[in-house]
Design a protein around this ligand. Structure first.
Ligand code: AMP
Ligand code: GLY
Length: 423
């Protein structure tokens, strides 16, 4: 079948890499894609939220499956758009319905869902501009650090963790009454701070049954030792070494099963990924957030470890037959290191010529922010390339990526040299 992937990052290049290997895939398209996807698929110059443009392309190119990479089109209801359109309703869409996507689109909704289905998470309350003063009083009942979360999508920047109570009150006011994160912070969730170590689990669900995919841990800060500004993610490893069988059993029983059952009980159509951000406090797992898509750069370490045919898994997902298929995994560990533009996550320059990718032999280079300029690969974003390696353990995999990175260069290239340092 012909397949379209929506998105343009390392996550989407990784999807394209796996899907292109499947004999179930005839023609592969990526919209808008990057220089990496253009070498294995046809890029379409379409924005991921241009539903009419996507519809036209799907009909003209006989596309039978759409795999949605980022959250924006999901939260805007691309799944429902397809199901409600007579000409598109047979197309398989990998992603949740709009109601399902609200688990990422609204922090308050995610908290209510967890309360409803008794899924462990931090205690919280939510506030609006009208209840600002009550919010300040609520902060006084908590201990530092204070966790403030913009309710809506804020491109991963909507969470503030603040040590000082007066600053926390001021930021609450900035969010609620001065639109610090635009409309996303018209409502703010204040929650208890959880002190522990983070990991993520990934679930592929058809809304009734599910497959637990490999775990991963990403490195969000720009600087070594996890210091400095937050980024989309500077590297990742999979599996997470401390996620042993006991912890995974707790996560599955207390979090994954109740999540899928909760979706089912509430009659929410969900045929896609659930990315559960967790924190392990002592020996107990708590949910920090739901995302309704795969992570980036987590995808770059999770998908290369899946040896099952990805298109068959997606077909089973869309047809609610996931319980009939088995998920096969590569037992090796994977690590990825992001090469970014100097200055990122603040301002940076684009259009830098990238050299050496073709010299890489032992790792897989996934393009994150690249473009093709008359046959030359140039940088086109903050996160430029993700260099993924597989090996018997995560330390060897990381070493391999760092060895291969020596062959790649572009002006002002930067990367963290300590991915996995804490493990
Ligand atoms: P989120 O966007 O909800 O994942 O939050 C971004 C980051 O803030 C997380 O990856 C955590 O590092 C941190 N965080 C969020 N909620 C909490 C919490 N309740 N306690 C401690 N850290 C948190
Ligand atoms: N790497 C974190 C995310 O994709 O949200």
């Amino acid at each position: 079948m012909n397949i379209l992937i929506l998105g343009s990052g390392g996550r989407e290049h990784t999807f394209a890499y796996k899907i292109a290997q499947s004999n179930r895939c005839s023609k592969l398209f990526v919209a808008p894609g990057n220089a990496g996807t253009s070498s294995i698929a046809s890029n379409l110059p379409l924005n991921v939220t241009d539903f009419q443009g996507i519809k036209k392309a799907v009909l003209e190119l006989d596309i039978e499956m759409v795999v949605v990479g980022p959250e924006d089109p999901l939260v805007l209801g691309i799944y429902d758009f397809f199901k409600e359109d007579e000409a598109l309703s047979n197309v398989l869409v990998i992603g949740p319905s709009k109601r399902g996507a609200l688990l990422e689109g609204s922090k308050e909704r995610a908290k209510e869902f967890m309360m409803q289905h008794q899924i462990p998470t931090a205690a919280y309350q939510s506030f609006t501009p009208e209840t600002l003063e009550a919010g300040k009083l609520f902060l006084e009942t908590l201990k530092a650090p204070y966790v403030l979360k913009a309710d809506g999508l804020a491109a991963g920047k909507g969470v503030l963790i603040i040590n000082d109570i007066d600053e926390a009150k001021q930021e609450l006011e900035n969010m609620l009454t001065h639109s610090k994160f635009g409309a996303a912070s018209n409502k703010v969730v204040i929650e208890e701070f959880l002190d522990g170590i983070e990991l993520s689990v990934f679930v592929l669900t058809d809304g009734k049954s599910y497959k637990l995919l490999p775990t991963a841990k990403d490195y969000k800060r720009i600087g070594e030792g996890d210091k400095g500004l937050n980024t989309g993610g500077m590297g990742a490893v999979s599996p997470v070494p401390f996620a042993d069988a006991t912890l995974m059993q707790k996560i599955e029983d207390r979090i994954v099963k109740p999540t899928v059952e909760g979706l089912n009980k509430e009659g929410i159509e969900y045929k896609g990924f659930v990315f559960i951000g967790l924190i392990k406090v002592g020996e107990e797992p708590y949910v920090i957030e739901y995302n309704v898509r795969m992570g980036d750069p987590e995808t770059e370490v999770v998908l290369p470890r899946i040896t099952s045919d990805l298109v068959s898994l997606f077909e089973a997902t869309a047809q609610q037959k996931l319980s009939d298929v088995t998920l096969e995994l590569d037992s090796r560990s994977a690590a990825t290191v992001m090469l970014v533009s100097g200055g990122y996550p603040e301002s940076y320059e684009k259009a830098k010529v990238i050299s050496g990718i073709e010299l890489v032999e032992e790792s897989i280079v996934f393009h994150a922010g690249t473009a093709n300029d008359k046959g030359t690969v140039v940088s086109n974003g903050g996160r430029v390339l993700a260099v993924t390696s597989l090996d018997t353990n995560f330390r060897e995999a990381i070493k391999k990526s760092y060895r291969e990175i020596q062959k790649i260069s572009f002006d002002k290239m930067y990367y963290r040299t300590d991915i996995g340092f804490d493990l």
